[in-house]
Design a protein around this ligand. Structure first.
Ligand code: GRF
Length: 233
């Protein structure tokens, strides 16, 4: 294993362990508010799963401390130590696979992933994106929604496929756009709804209610015609 896996921040047994063997690896780059929402949901018994590891490509990601506080193994894999995207992704894949997770949860992981990495986790990797996909793929989603004078905005949890922000959508969280919203106020409300919908998506996957059936989503054994929706109250 590479030297760039520089630090294992916790050797404690995870508190975020329940009776279920459903195992998550969460990949982050930063603050980890979505990670925290999932940790909280597991610790409160709402999600029956365990987080086997949190992996960050940045050593200064606050999410690593969140993991450590909950006794979850926290790993750093510094992308700047690799010559190419592919070399980093191969190492990341090897690291993830040591945990044999059922689900890989991208939670603010700020890197494009190579196609072969994404294909390796086909149907097993989810992401949260701050827009009502298919609207506003990519960056600066809140500002773009404001510029377009949208009345609604939000976030989407989706399976990851090689095309950016394009996989099957599991759930969307919707917020009203207010007259006096700016980028920050709108982003704050979207973050709030993210912290509901991401644990919800993990929960239904861990419970086996949602299945990725060769690219088609089955919810409670029926084809899922459209994403689940939650609205910020
Ligand atoms: C969230 O806004 C999410 O939509 C995007 O990255 C951000 C991560 O925030 N993918 P945090 O690290 O969970 O606080």
């Amino acid at each position: 294993m590479s030297d760039s896996i520089s630090k294992s921040m916790s050797k404690n047994r995870s508190k975020s362990t329940s009776n279920n063997n459903y195992s998550l690896v969460v990949i982050i780059s930063g603050n980890g508010n979505n990670l925290q929402a999932i940790i909280d949901s597991i610790e409160s018994g709402n999600i029956n799963a365990k987080i086997s590891a949190v992996i960050s490509n940045r050593a200064d990601a606050y999410g690593l401390e969140r993991a450590e506080k909950s006794g979850i193994e926290a790993k750093i894999l510094d992308h700047t130590q690799f010559d190419s995207r592919e070399a980093f992704d191969i190492e990341l894949q090897q690291l993830i696979d040591t945990y044999s997770p059922d689900l890989i949860v991208l939670a603010g992981f700020m890197r494009i992933l190579s196609d072969s990495f994404v294909q390796h986790y086909n149907g097993k990797m989810i992401n949260i994106h701050p827009s009502l996909l298919p609207l506003y793929k990519g960056l600066h989603t809140h500002q773009r929604a404001l510029t377009d004078k949208q009345s609604e905005h939000g976030a989407s949890v989706h399976f990851v496929i090689p095309e950016l922000d394009a996989g099957k959508i599991i759930i969307q969280g919707i917020v009203d756009v207010k007259e006096d919203d700016d980028d920050e106020s709108l982003a704050n409300r979207v973050h709030k709804i993210e912290h509901h919908i991401y644990p919800h998506a993990v929960k239904i996957l861990a419970e086996g209610h949602l299945k990725y059936n060769g690219g088609e989503l089955l919810y409670k054994d029926k084809p899922m015609e459209k994403p689940l929706r939650e609205r910020l109250q």
